[in-house]
Each structure stands twice: as structure tokens, then as C-alpha cells.
Design a protein around this ligand. Structure first.
Ligand code: MN
Length: 673
């Protein structure tokens, strides 16, 4: 192995210069100094592999640079093993590099000394992760530690087998989840693949080999698909920045195979996804519209993570279509802007580089997006000059309550957290199926404010679903997002059931040669199709029956009566029987339907944004979007939306009609183009 430290130093400086604003002599000197100091200190030391020790901090630093760290973090990474492994003292570091770098180096050492009980339970692991974050005190310590760990994992074959397993296990259970929490998705994937190789060498080898075969076989399809997508956008004269195929990383293929209980990668359809990068958010929807008008999308697989981002802040449109480039498999396409694409790999870290004229503040706006940090960082504190990192560290240590599970597991929550927050902090499934809670042995309501020291036991029931009302008192961002996501998911499932029913109905109508299927909606008075669902108190999936006294029809105003039996009883809002019932036990209820309509307009910038803002603003869930360009700069967007009530739908349509450049709105049949 040829070692050329001068070239390494040059490479490092070159990389930093590219992302660091106002990178001058002073900054370069600081890095150079740390580099040479560490090189000198490690002189003569060898790694277990027999190569000079200094190669290790250099390689770790190169990995670290991918997240564009500040100068002190780079210095720390270069120096991270100096105090532990060489005669250099803390005093020396402080004198040469200042207090911050010493503080960070000590943080790295502290974290390194934490060991892991090999038989730790999942709950203990969760605590160890938290402890790591707390012990590190400054998040930059974790960045260095992760880079250090990635290099150690990549040279793990030089250690004895039992050490290999130990380090790989800790990496998989502690470092990978922490990388995920911090949004360092690309690091997470590297750590998982490297650890997996040592934890389950047989499985790794087999899958590695199979994936090679699979890739070889897919190559031809992949390039055909790329060409087909490229040609389509060209035909529409649509600006696309990038089209890239992306392969799932090995460990996630393994996990998916296990989850689906299948034995080979050939049975996983989404090993490859295609990423289409477009200039602006509104272009994402337009690109989607173009794709959908060419190939048949699988409705259940369309995901709008732009208007409803994932809990970790991930944004993108996902769609899966059939027949792209004559591919035998369904093709998943993710449509993003450049920014969304970078975020998907690096999360907020991509924005952690110094920026702006002051040179002191990190991208605060962006940090707000990050789920678990959000609740802590949107506080007034961060708006002051306090750095992001300080805010982060203090949020981990302070302003939190600590409560316990009956087994003694520790859960940290923000002030005013409730049993619902606790349930979701334990596990999403515990949250979703939460029925009630015991606090210190006493049954308490789900909005009961918890205090430090409480022992909280969550009572669950299979099949129970989250309630929209929980959003009134859940305080943690993660609980709120999980509740919303699950409610949306259930709504989608309902809509799918409805849609299938409707399709069957239309097919049946055609078979019987009805000229007009029964489902044609008109703008004024209308008879809605027979398939529907009822949302009760904002929650879908509750069981209900229609009261015989008034037999409500879809489209009518209704209420739900909690009969304290196993199901709700649905009455018309003006039903005389219902008016005599206990109003305390009434809940609001709505029929939910889907409608398809096309909006014709003269094209202009921001048109789609206005559509989607109006629809989401009015509480409509967009199910499908299509786009077609007509003559004379006219465009038509076709939407399928979930419709909570006719009144709301009419109001929304009225608003759309008022959007500038809109020419005409046409109601469509479900199967009408
Ligand atoms: Mn190290």
C-alpha cells in the first residue's frame, strides 16, 4: 500500500475549500497543523493490520468530510486518538488547538469507553443510545465517533473473531440507529452493511453473491428504463436535472427478505428505484403527472411525502408504475428536488456547514425539520445567537422529564408529555393500540401530564387504532407524526377498498350494458355511489351500523352515537330518534368518498402549488394526479381526492375556480380519462 500523506492533506483541504464559505489561509493552517501534529504523534505506531497508525485518523477524516463539518470537528477527528494512544497530554492539545478541540477529543474518549453488554435487551439498547448522545454532550463528538467507527469496521478483519463480533454488534445496535436519528442515512447504510458482514458472515456472503447475479441480470432493464424515462420527459420538453437508478443497500434487502419471508432477491420488487431530480417542488407534481399519463401507476403505491413528509423529514413523491421501458417488474420512481435528494442521504447534516455572512449560525430553519430535534429546537433559545450544537446538547440533558416503564426502562420526554407520548416513545405499535394508562399503579386518562419519576404502564388492545383526538394533547413531535401518518395510512386503505368496489361496480354496469354507470356525479344535487366509509370523530376504521330509523344515505349529514356497545350507530343529523339521545355521547361523523375531476387552465408558474395548497388547506387527501398539456399553452390536471363531505367538496371546487388562470373544472367518472 502506497502512503502519500501530502496528497491526503491536499485532498482534505481541497474538499473543505469546496463547501466551506470564506475558507482562507487561517482555516487551512488550522487543519494543516492538526494533520502534521497527529502524524508526528503517531509516528512509528502500527495498526493491527500492519499499516501505519496515522492512516486511521486520515481515513476517518475523509469519511467525516462527507457531512461538511466545521474546522474544529475536522481537527478533532485528526487528533481523536492522540491523547489515548501517544505521550501527548491534554495540556498539549489545549495549548496547541484550544479548549474546544480538547473538549471534543475528551468527548470522543468518553464515548469510546462506553461498552455494551452483549446480551442487552432492546429497551436497554435504546437507553445506551440515549446515554451515548448524553455522554457525548456535543453532537460533533458523535460525528467523529461515527467516522472513526466506519474506518474501524472496514479494517475489522485484522482483529480476532470475538472482537469482530463485539464491535460489529455494537455498531449495528448503537451506531447505526444513532446515525439514523441524526439523519446520516448514508453512514447508517455503510455501518449496517459492514457490521452485517461480520455478524452473519454466511448470510452476507450468500446475499452478496445473489445480488451480483441479480444486478447483472437487471442491468439491461435498468438502462432501458432510464432511457424510456429520459425520452418521455424530452418529448414533453420538461426540464429534468438527473435520472439515476439507486440500489437498496445489502442489509436492507436482507431485512426485507426476512420481513416478507422470502429466500431470494428476485422476490423483492423494489431493489432498484429510479430517482428523478427536478428543479423545483412544483415540478415534482408536474413530472408525476407526465409519468402517470404515459404508464399505469399502481394506486396503492403512490405516496405524496411532499405534502405529508415522513417523520424524519423525508420528502419526495413516490410512484410505482407498470411497463416502463418494457420492464417485466413494476418500476418505482422517486421524484425530488436536488435539496430533497441531498436531504435523503445526509439529512440535516447536509446543512450543518457554516454559512451566511455572520459565519456563526448553522442552518436553523432546516434543523427545525428534523423530527426529534424539532420539539427542542424551535424554542426561543435557538433563535438567539446560541449555536445549534449548544441547543442540541442542552436539549438532550435539560428540560426533560424522566419516567419509567414497569420493567425499569428509562424514557426521557419533554415537559407536559402524556401517556400517549410515552406509548409512542416505547414503540409505534404500543402507541397505535393504546387503550389506557396506569401511572404509578392508578388508571389515568391519556392526557394526564406525566412527571419525573412516574412509572407508566400502557394498556393496549389488538386492533385498536389511533384517534385523531390524541393530537389535542400529544406533545412530542414523533408521537404526533406517527399518529398522523397512521391515520393517513388507514384513510388510504379505506379509500383503496372503496376504489376496488367502485371499479367492480363499473365493470358490472358495463357488463350489463348500462349506458351510464350509476356513479356519475353532477355538480348540484347528486347521488353518490354505494361504496363508502364513515369517519367518526376524525378517525377511520371504527365499526358502525346504520340506524334503521333514518337509514342515512351517502352524502347526507350524519352523526355517530356511542351506544356503548361494540359499534357506533349512525343517524342522520336531523333524525328525530337521535335528537332524543344523550348528546354527550354523540360524535361528529362523515361519509368519505373519492372524486375525480379535471381542471383546465392556462399554464403559469406555481399553478400546481396553488392547487395542492388549496386542496390540502381544505383538508383533502390527494389520491392521484395526472397532467396533460393541450394546445395554446393550456394544461389539464386531473385529480382524485378523498372527499369527506359534499359540502366541503363544493367549497373546495369553488376556491379552485377562483385560482387565477383556471378555465374550467370537469367532474369525471372513476375510469374516465
Ligand atoms: Mn480511532
Amino acid at each position: 500500500m502506497l502512503i502519500d500523506y501530502e496528497k491526503d492533506l491536499e485532498d482534505i483541504l481541497k474538499t473543505v475549500r469546496e463547501y466551506y464559505p470564506r475558507f482562507g489561509e487561517k482555516e487551512a493552517d488550522k487543519i494543516k497543523k492538526a494533520f502534521l501534529f497527529s502524524q508526528e504523534a503517531h509516528k512509528g505506531q502500527l495498526r493491527k493490520s500492519g499499516i501505519p497508525y496515522f492512516v486511521h485518523p486520515v481515513m476517518a477524516t475523509k469519511t467525516l468530510l462527507e457531512i461538511k463539518p466545521d474546522i474544529e470537528t475536522i481537527q478533532t477527528c485528526l487528533l481523536h486518538d492522540v491523547i489515548e494512544d501517544t505521550p501527548i497530554t491534554e495540556e498539549d492539545i489545549k495549548r496547541e488547538f484550544g479548549e474546544t478541540v480538547l473538549y471534543l477529543c475528551n468527548g470522543v474518549t468518553k464515548v469510546s469507553r462506553m461498552s455494551l453488554n452483549k446480551n442487552a435487551s432492546e429497551a436497554q439498547l435504546a437507553n445506551i443510545r440515549k446515554l451515548f448522545l448524553a455522554v457525548a454532550e456535543d453532537i460533533r463528538v458523535i460525528f467523529v465517533k461515527i467516522a472513526d467507527r466506519i474506518h474501524n469496521l472496514s479494517t475489522l478483519e485484522h482483529l480476532p473473531p470475538d472482537r469482530q463480533k463485539e464491535i460489529a454488534g455494537q455498531s449495528m445496535n448503537v451506531y447505526a440507529p444513532i446515525a439514523e436519528i441524526l439523519g446520516l442515512y448514508r453512514f447508517k447504510k455503510q455501518i449496517q452493511d459492514l457490521s452485517f458482514k461480520f455478524l452473519q458472515p454466511e448470510d452476507y456472503k450468500r446475499l452478496h453473491h445473489e445480488l451480483e447475479l441479480y444486478n447483472k441480470e437487471q442491468e439491461i432493464h435498468i438502462s432501458k428504463i432510464e432511457i424510456a424515462i429520459r425520452d418521455l420527459f424530452k418529448k414533453h420538453d420538461f426540464p429534468v436535472l438527473k435520472i439515476k437508478s439507486r440500489q437498496k443497500h445489502l442489509y436492507s434487502v436482507y431485512q426485507k427478505m426476512k420481513r416478507k419471508n422470502v429466500n431470494s432477491p428476485w422476490e423483492i420488487f423494489d431493489i432498484y428505484a429510479f430517482r428523478v431530480v427536478v428543479p423545483k417542488t412544483e415540478d415534482c407534481y408536474r413530472a408525476l403527472g407526465i409519468l402517470h399519463s404515459e404508464w399505469k401507476p399502481i394506486p396503492t403505491r403512490f405516496k405524496d411525502y411532499i405534502s405529508v413528509p415522513k417523520a424524519n423529514g423525508y420528502q419526495s413523491l413516490h410512484t410505482t408504475m407498470l411497463g416502463v421501458g418494457q420492464s417485466p417488474l413494476p418500476t418505482e420512481i422517486q421524484i425530488k428536488t436536488e435539496k430533497m435528494s441531498v436531504d435523503a442521504e445526509w439529512g440535516p447534516a447536509a446543512h450543518w456547514a457554516y454559512k451566511g455572512a455572520s459565519g456563526k449560525s448553522f442552518d436553523e430553519e432546516y434543523t427545525k425539520k428534523m423530527g426529534w430535534l424539532q420539539e427542542d429546537l424551535t424554542s426561543a433559545k435557538l433563535k438567539s445567537s446560541q449555536s445549534f450544537f449548544n441547543a442540541l446538547s442542552s436539549s438532550i440533558l435539560k428540560e426533560r422529564i424522566i419516567v419509567f416503564s414497569p420493567k425499569g426502562d428509562i424514557v426521557r420526554l419533554p415537559q407536559k408529555a402524556t401517556p400517549i407520548d410515552f406509548a409512542y416513545a416505547i414503540h409505534s405499535e404500543v402507541g397505535h393500540t393504546c387503550m389506557g394508562a396506569k401511572v404509578d399503579g392508578v388508571i389515568r386518562p391519556l392526557d394526564y401530564p406525566l412527571k419525573t419519576g412516574n412509572v407508566v404502564e400502557i394498556l393496549t388492545r389488538q386492533g385498536r387504532k389511533p384517534n385523531g383526538a390524541w393530537l389535542n394533547f400529544a406533545v412530542t413531535t414523533s408521537a404526533r407524526q406517527k399518529i398522523k401518518a397512521e391515520i393517513n395510512r388507514l384513510a388510504e386503505n379505506r379509500a383503496e377498498v372503496y376504489k376496488e368496489g367502485l371499479e367492480a361496480e363499473i365493470a358490472e354496469a358495463k357488463r350489463k350494458r348500462f349506458a351510464t354507470p350509476v356513479t356519475r356525479p353532477t355538480q348540484s344535487e347528486e347521488k353518490l355511489p354505494g361504496k363508502y366509509n364513515i369517519v367518526i370523530g376524525g378517525q377511520e376504521g371504527l365499526s358502525y351500523r346504520l340506524a334503521k330509523c333514518c337509514a342515512a344515505n351517502p352524502g347526507e349529514s350524519i352523526i355517530a352515537y356511542n351506544s356503548r356497545g361494540t359499534e357506533f350507530v349512525i343517524h342522520k343529523e336531523n333524525c328525530r330518534v337521535a335528537q332524543k339521545l344523550d348528546s354527550e355521547r354523540m360524535m361528529e361523523a362523515n361519509f368519505i368518498m373519492q372524486r375525480k375531476f379535471s381542471i383546465y387552465a392556462k399554464d403559469r408558474k406555481g399553478l400546481m402549488n396553488d392547487y395542492s395548497a388549496t386542496m390540502s388547506g381544505e383538508g383533502f387527501f390527494i389520491w392521484d394526479i395526472k397532467f396533460r398539456r393541450l394546445k395554446n399553452n393550456r394544461v389539464v390536471w386531473t385529480f382524485v381526492v378523498n372527499v369527506p363531505s359534499d359540502r366541503m367538496f363544493q367549497e373546495m371546487i369553488k376556491k379552485i375556480r377562483n385560482i387565477s388562470n383556471v378555465l374550467e373544472i370537469k367532474m369525471k367518472l372513476e375510469n374516465e380519462k
